[in-house]
Design a protein around this ligand. Structure first.
Ligand code: ADP
Ligand code: MG
Ligand code: MG
Length: 917
């Protein structure tokens, strides 16, 4: 310990009049916004904010930093002067609230304690002063309750029980039916609970109450829930929380007082109007706690017209000032309005788009800001199929069984089954099923794959069911605790007693978390119809949401630098990709082109013992492949189409070993062994791999199976030449998968160039065809400088690159332990959903830099699923890729996010007060 502690001179405490909304780092969100309201001259009860720096110092030293107590005392003295009351004055006490408030609002932080400063003496002073003993005792019992629960960590139910017991004894229902004497009695009971739990009396010294509450806020920064949340959300542990100390204003003094919350627009739809709830004679969280029925805000006009008009004026002012929807807390004390909190409010996806464009029309923000204000995640919400329960629809009367967490969006209908075995069995026979479990575990994987949707009664958003379902893109509602799932008796019981037996149809809405009995009709949302081209944004029947999406997308397209392509293997997907705004195909897989009837040719190819047999098999495949490419290149006329040569291990094209063994055994028992089957069996055995993912696949296949890649290249070349002759504009790009060294690529490249030259010669058509490679092995990224010598483009296959970088086999790990990893906070989101920027992303960066160092005009893209993930798109923009490629349905999301990141980038460069959320 040094004697000249620098902390002595650090300013830790700021009056509300000293800050503004941009000081969230120092004052936390709540404090910065309270200061802003003071700056605007709004009626905010006086108070001060203890900075996040004080919290950091406290957490570091384990004790309150030097100087803090003095600064708090000084600000308290000013507060006492302003209010003309003293903390702890037995005759006329000043009361305050202590409220946590970090930069980001966060679960696990200490809940607010109101009425600090009351004790056995001052409660009488307050009663006399206000001429309202009921109010005084009500405030005191609330203090003990909140302080006991949040500062002293006493189980809140103890207090709830005591309150219930009293009401029962008095034969009353509502808290308003308790009079002063009742509440005084309750205070006695509460104090007894405190004594029992802590071994000492409820602290009577108001300064001790205040100091303990401040300490508790600081400590709550490191509560388990807060730590876990920060680990998952990657919020730095160093930020710390601020503490706000605010003079109390009272909504619980009688019917001319009350408390409320309001929004400047409807957070559900974005519509303009008066939205909020008000509760007379109430304090703090009463209004949202559901203890009594609130009234809609509009009714405040009848209750207290003056306050109502004033509130509406302030709402308009705040919205104009923040240029956004604001969420507001207020209290009315005997006809005087007080503002207790404001912040930019949360909203639904539809509201976000509508509000952003409304604000443009009102001249509050420009078109660029509108794009920044919405997100790809919100656009996704608008694109999921949903149940049609609108008035007049067949689904209007759908019976809701219950609600759980929206774990993985979508709308699924099927027969309820209660174990995975049944799910698989029924789905094999063509039934649609919903897998209903209390919770799932790795053994349920096959059942989850077979099901249309998954419903569990336990577990949160990182439970096994939720994680695996999201990974599969499958609809899931989890943690529907009100539904009683009995897997033994194969039934589900809703709270209203409705029983769903195995085989009964249910409908599961993964976006809202609602579960319905029976089949609810599904509809394509209007936003999808718009992207499909079936609904014109300017048409009369298009609603304002579609128009808003159209405007935002148009602006995003204007400003984005990243191109967006699709991963599409079929003509149908290619056409949809074009409709959705795709600018080419970034990944056309060819494996499905070797399945079905063509499998026999592949078998012949694998079994070929000499060049002639091999040539025959390839000759049979050539026209089929050419036809495939003719179709795809026609669908993508004028746009680049990246065709990936065959990638999966060969055994995937051979019959299943068990089936084959049975066939051979049966044939042998009949004494009629089939020569071909025997050879097939041998081939399957010799191709068997311990780790197919790391085995003979990709470029390795092209090198080991003579003629295979040549066949594909020839088919591409011939199709291209033919289309050019027809006056079309095919733009094929030939992509070699799983390259790890430039030597591999050099060999394939030389062969391919030879084939291309031959076809050019034969057809007399000279056509361009880029040859490039996927970068999906760490070694490829590290040696990208060499590989670029033989590649005209790179495409990062981030699915495999994630697998090979982490050493994860996705199919195995997601079901086996990802939920545990998420719960432990090892990652906040699966690296298969959002690119692991620090690891895999670094390889993308290195690969791009080294590749372009060798070949400055190297085209670089990405074709993993990450190409349609918002955060990942931002990263790819920053690394300077040319395009992302994603599933057709994700194209709008990628377009939007590519526009957003370009705009956020501009702001950052311009250095303007960037407000990028
Ligand atoms: P949260 O962050 O959970 O909303 P708040 O600090 O806003 O917590 O407070 C909880 C409740 O107490 C809110 O309804 C708020 O308006 C109310 N409240 C906070 N401080 C005061 C005060 N000084 N006077 C009256 N009510 C208050
Ligand atoms: Mg709250
Ligand atoms: Mg609040």
């Amino acid at each position: 310990m040094t004697t000249t502690d620098p902390a002595q001179t650090t300013k830790y405490v700021f009056d509300f009049s000293e800050g503004d909304k941009d000081q969230k780092d120092l004052l936390g969100g709540k404090g910065a916004n309270l200061a802003e309201m003071v700056r605007l001259g709004l009626p905010v009860p006086p108070g001060f904010t203890i900075s996040t720096g004080a919290c950091r110092a406290y957490l570091e030293a384990g004790t309150v930093p030097a100087g803090l107590d003095d600064q708090v005392a000084a600000h308290l003295a000013t507060l006492e002067e302003t209010r003309g009351k003293k903390l702890g004055d037995p005759d006329d006490p000043l009361l305050v609230s202590v409220r946590s408030g970090a930069k980001f609002s966060m679960p696990g932080m200490m809940e607010t304690v109101l009425n600090i400063g009351l004790n056995d003496a001052s409660v009488h002073g307050l009663a006399a002063q206000s001429d309202n003993p009921r109010f005084a005792w009500d405030s005191y019992r609330r203090l003990i309750q909140m302080f006991g629960k949040t500062v002293q960590h006493i189980d809140g139910e103890r207090f709830e029980h005591a309150l219930e017991e009293l009401k029962e004894r008095k034969g009353v229902h509502g808290d308003l039916d308790l009079d002063a004497a009742d509440l005084e009695e309750l205070v006695g009971a509460f104090r007894e609970i405190v004594r029992e739990h802590t071994g000492s009396d409820f602290p009577q010294d108001p300064r001790e109450q205040l100091a303990a509450a401040i300490d508790a806020v600081f400590s709550s920064w490191n509560s388990d829930r807060a730590v876990l949340y920060r680990r998952q959300e990657r919020i730095p542990n160093e930020l710390g929380t601020a503490v706000n100390v605010v003079a109390m204003v009272f909504g619980n003094t009688g019917p001319d007082s009350g408390t409320g919350v309001c929004f400047t627009r409807d957070p559900a739809t974005g519509a303009q109007g008066v939205y909020g709830d008000y509760l007379q004679n109430a304090q703090g969280e009463d209004v949202v706690a559901g203890i009594r029925n609130t009234v809609p805000l509009a009714q405040l006009e009848e209750i207290d017209k003056v306050s109502y008009d004033e509130l509406l004026r302030i709402m308009a002012l705040l919205e104009g000032h923040y240029r956004d929807l604001c969420d507001i807390e207020f209290t009315i004390e005997r006809g005087t309005l007080w503002m207790l909190q404001t912040r930019v409010g949360k909203r639904t996806a539809a509201a976000a788009f509508r509000i952003a464009t409304q604000l443009v029309d009102e001249g509050l923000i420009d078109a660029d800001e509108a794009v920044r204000r919405v997100s790809g995640a919100q656009l996704v919400q608008l694109m999921f199929p949903r149940f049609d329960t609108s008035p007049g629809s067949a689904g209007e009367k759908a019976q809701v069984l219950g609600r759980g967490m929206s774990a993985s969006p979508g709308a699924a209908v099927g027969k309820a089954v209660f174990d995975s075995y049944t799910a698989v069995k029924w789905s094999r026979s063509g039934e649609k099923v919903i897998l209903v479990r209390r919770e799932t575990n790795p053994d349920d994987l096959n059942g989850m794959i077979a099901a249309e949707g998954i419903l569990t009664s336990r577990g949160g958003k990182t439970s096994h069911a939720a994680v695996v379902a999201r990974g599969m893109g499958k609809t899931c509602v989890c943690g529907a605790e009100e539904l009683n799932v009995d897997t033994k008796r194969r039934r589900l019981t809703a709270p209203d007693g409705t029983v769903i037996d195995e085989g009964d149809v249910i409908s599961v809405d993964g976006s809202s978390g609602l579960v319905y009995a029976g089949e609810v009709p599904v509809m394509a949302p209007p936003v999808v119809e718009y992207f499909e081209g079936a609904l014109d944004a300017d048409a009369a029947e298009a609603d304002d949401l579609v128009r808003a999406v159209d405007r935002v997308m148009a602006r995003a397209d204007e400003v984005r630098r990243l191109r967006v392509r699709a991963n599409a293997d079929t003509v149908a997907d290619a056409e949809r990709a074009r409709r959705f705004g795709g600018e080419g195909i970034g990944l056309c897989r060819t494996e499905h082109m070797f399945l079905g009837e063509r499998r026999q040719h592949v078998e012949r190819l694998i079994l070929a013992e000499d060049d002639e047999a091999r040539a025959q098999a390839l000759d049979a495949l050539l026209p089929l492949q050419r036809w495939d490419f003719l179709q795809i290149l026609t669908a993508m006329d004028g746009l680049p189409t990246t065709i990936r040569l065959l990638d999966p291990p060969l055994h995937e094209f051979l019959p299943n070993i068990t089936e084959l063994s049975v066939r051979v055994a049966l044939a042998e028992s009949r004494g009629e062994a089939n020569e071909n089957d025997l050879r097939l069996m041998q081939a399957v055995h010799s191709l068997h791999e311990q780790n197919p993912m790391l085995g003979l696949r990709g470029v390795r296949l092209g090198l080991v199976v003579p003629g295979l890649f040549d066949l594909q290249v020839r088919a591409i070349a011939e199709a291209t030449a033919q289309l050019i002759k027809m006056g079309r504009d095919p733009q094929p790009e030939i992509m070699i998968p799983l390259v790890g060294s430039v030597q591999e690529l050099e060999i394939i490249r030389a062969d391919s160039l030879k084939v291309l030259a031959e076809v050019a010669e034969q057809t007399g058509v000279d056509f361009p065809a880029l040859i490039g490679t996927m970068i999906e092995l760490p070694r490829a990224a590290m040696t990208a400088g060499q590989i670029a010598e033989a590649a005209e483009f790179f495409s990062f296959g981030t699915n495999d690159l994630t697998q090979t970088t982490w050493g994860f086999s996705r199919d195995d790990v997601e079901a086996a332990f990802f939920s545990t990893y998420l719960e432990m906070g090892i990652f906040g989101v699966s690296p298969f959903e959002t690119l692991d920027v620090e690891g895999v992303g670094e390889l993308v960066k290195i690969g791009t830099e080294r590749g372009r160092a060798t070949r400055p005009d190297l085209k670089v893209g990405v074709c993993g699923e990450h190409g349609g993930d918002p955060d990942s798109v931002h990263f790819f923009h920053k690394v300077g890729l040319d395009y992302v490629s994603c599933s057709p349905f994700r194209i709008p999301v990628a377009r939007l996010e590519a526009g957003r990141v370009a705009l956020v980038d501009q702001l950052a460069e311009g250095g303007a007060g960037a407000d990028s959320r």
